[in-house]
Every structure is written in C-alpha cells, then in structure tokens.
Unconditional design. Sequence first.
Length: 184
Amino acid sequence: MVLACQFGDKREVNKLLEEALNELKTRKIDRETGNRLMIIGSEDDDIAFINMVETICGATFVMEDHCTGSRYFWNQVVPQEDRYAALAARYCERPPCPTKDWAQPRDRLVWALDMAKQWGVEGAIIVQQKFCDPHELDIPAFRKAFEAAGIPTLFLEFDVTVPLGPFRIRVDAFLEMLRQEDLF
C-alpha cells in the first residue's frame, strides 16, 4: 500500500486508500493479538516475515519505522502559494532517513520512540539489511533509547532474503521474554 502511494497515480491510490480505511473500520481480527510490537529498520518488505511473527508467533506489529513505510504518511503538505516550497518543506520536516539525520538527539529516534509510546509498544524488533550503513549506525542509539524507555529490543540482520527459520527461533525467544514465560 505504501509503495503504491509513493509511485502510483494519486487519484487511483486515494480510492484504494478510502476502500482500505472503510474495510478496516469493520474488520474483525480472527486471532489473539499477543504482544504489541514495533518493527524498525531499513527497507524490509518481506511480508513472509511479518506474517510469520503475527500468525505463527502470535504477536502484532502495531507500528513500524521503515524507509518505505509509514514515515511517508506522517506529515502533510501545508498549502502555500509556492507549491514547490510547500512540497520541499514537507519533505524536510518529515521523520528523516538515517542518511539525513545527524542531529543530537537524532530526530528520527525521538520520533520513533514517541510513536512506540503512543501505540503502546511492548517490544521492538530492529531488522537490518546488511550493508545499509546509515541504519547500522542507528542501531546502538535506538537500542539504548528503547531499552531505557522500558521497551526491550531484538536485533535481526539479513542479507537479501529473510531467513525465516532462524528468525522464528529468535522471535519466539524474544516473545517468551516479553511474556515472562517460565520455560521449566
């Protein structure tokens, strides 16, 4: 949906968004929602991983922070006489990509932590695609800030494809920790 919004004809995509919003108003979830998670990282569009976490592992992603994710929606263009200036202001004021976020504290970190609190996130999974150096540099700061706020984190790194089997084991262990399940 997000990629369609970024690249598709706005009139067509707006119709799709309206349909999706109407469907969401009446949708009933047919499973236990489990722990409320946030997924953070570079461009992770692996739907199989998200489905695995939500259906097999029994948690729900309630918020995300990806380059090709909801950051695209979080602020709107404020109409101005100069339309290009309005578009530029919106682009510059949105939650930034790590390549453009070197303020102290990092603007994106403050934004992501605020979103996690607003959405009642119980744990954050940081998914890192190898060789995306700007995101990799963010990981220590994100982990430290989230842990300090009482939100445990799990770091997962993948190459081109997501290794579902090994990640399932790690996600299951992370969720057991969140649920404080006794193993013995």
